[in-house]
Design a protein around this ligand. Structure first.
Ligand code: TRP
Length: 434
């Protein structure tokens, strides 16, 4: 059976795919606005501290569990103890639910790419955005197109689909990002944006900021859904995954910072506010494009950048349920992808409509979109990460001294994996549910 499992062509393609998973809307859409809402530079310091001290442990653990068990999530958990099968099942389930709202934002991006090419003149982006997301037919259509593209790549398999998408999208992403950074930094008063990002105002520090930073760190590193476990299970060669862990963390952080350096100078240069929340990328930024020469070209580049980032992450999200379906149900990839297309489509349509006709349809007092966001980000992802760390630390007995030479750091790793991270995750769950 194991020999039939797909695997990465090389270490590089694995790293590219894992970085492609991590670098997504979380970096370019979510990171700048969460930073904008949480005081800029101080948030950045807290965020970096958490990533370096805490978040690398669950990331490493996910990759390690995948690489050791060589199975998709359900099989991986089951092979540790058959009783854990159910806990493993939560991962693909989370994947389906995350996809159902992540892909809606993917659909918005496709719409904005089309708008840029159509050279549409829009007077008021704020009311445009609201009326677009309320318009059921087009919003659903774009969500389904985005879903289809992700499913199409995934259906082609690891080498021809997932690797191919990452090999094309990630370099394109990096080149456009660099181009836009140069553009942004040459705008008048660009330094104000850099000051906002890098000059901390410690009076703004508060407890909520830690929570926001931790949530952001887990999301952007793709922790808590089995995506890295699944990608890790396709690693063939016996190389250390500690190095891969650092590469993923370093690249993801670098790309988040670069996204900030692209966005904040432009925002400050045009005297706009950085704290407009989720609308930052879809309302505030397009306002800038509307005011500059060749704005539609810059706008197309920006949204293609977002698209590339979202596709490679989207693929990693659906690979989790796909791998489970293929290996558990013994069906072909194409069949699994077709079934999944309909399942995610069925959930994402009401979620898309929750901005429009289904605005008043509430689940536990939340619209469908908010409900999916909340149950996954605040409950399922921390829960999955918790189970994973407990299984890795207590049952698979992954120990720091297997891969860290320095005894003290190896000891810290063990304490982190077995006690500190689980306690932090329980606290996160408790606060999220309160
Ligand atoms: N990390 C991605 C981003 O920053 C999103 C993502 C991809 C993700 N796969 C995941 C989040 C798995 C949580 C779990 O946009």
């Amino acid at each position: 059976m194991e020999d039939n499992r797909p695997s990465w062509s090389s270490r590089l393609t694995f790293i590219l795919a894992a970085v492609g998973s991590a670098v997504g809307l979380g970096n370019i859409w979510r990171f700048p606005y969460i930073m904008g809402q949480n005081g800029g530079a101080v948030f950045l310091i807290v965020y970096l501290a958490l990533i370096l001290t805490i978040c690398f442990i669950p990331l490493f653990a996910e990759l390690a569990v995948g690489k050791i068990t060589k199975k998709e999530c359900i099989g991986a958990f089951e092979s540790v103890n058959p009783k854990f099968k159910f806990l493993g099942f939560l991962n693909p389930l989370t994947g389906v639910l995350v996809a159902s709202f992540y892909f809606i934002v993917g659909g918005w991006i496709i719409n904005y790419i089309a708008l840029s090419f159509a050279q549409a003149r829009i007077e008021d982006y704020s009311s445009y955005f609201v009326s677009f997301i309320q318009n059921s037919v087009s919003a659903c259509g774009f969500t389904l197109i985005f879903l289809f593209i992700c499913v199409w790549f995934t259906a082609r398999g690891i080498k021809r689909g997932i690797e191919f998408a990452n090999n094309v999208m990630m370099p394109m992403f990096a080149v456009i990002l660099l181009g836009l950074i140069i553009f942004s930094l040459t705008l008048p008063n660009a330094h104000l944006g850099l000051e906002y990002m890098f000059k901390p105002d410690f009076s703004k520090i508060n407890a909520h900021m830690f929570l926001a930073a931790l949530g952001q760190a887990l999301f952007t590193l793709s922790i808590g859904m089995g995506a890295l476990l699944t990608y890790g299970s396709y690693i063939k060669e016996d190389k250390s995954i500690l190095k891969s862990t650092y590469t993923i963390i370093f690249s993801d952080t670098l790309f988040a910072l670069m996204a900030g350096i692209m966005i904040f100078p432009a925002i400050f240069s045009f005297g706009l506010e950085p704290n407009s929340g989720a609308g930052l990328v879809f309302i505030t930024i397009p306002q800038i494009f509307a005011q500059i020469p060749y704005g539609n070209i810059v706008s197309a580049a920006f949204f293609i950048l977002l698209f590339a980032a979202a596709i490679t992450s989207g693929i990693s999200i659906i690979e989790v349920p796909i791998a489970s379906m293929v290996e558990r149900l013994k069906i072909s990839r194409t069949k699994a992808c077709t079934i999944l297309f309909f399942i995610i489509g069925l959930i994402s349509v009401p979620a898309t409509l929750s901005f429009g006709v289904l605005e008043n349809f509430k689940l536990c007092g939340k619209t469908v979109f908010d409900f999916l966001d909340f149950t996954t980000s605040s409950i399922l992802m921390p829960l999955n990460a918790l189970f994973l760390c407990l299984i890795a630390g207590w049952f698979l007995k992954i120990r720091g001294n297997h891969f860290i030479q320095n005894k003290f750091f190896a000891f810290l790793f063990d304490i982190g994996l077995k006690f500190v991270i689980p306690v932090i995750l329980v606290a996160l769950l408790y606060i999220g549910l309160k």
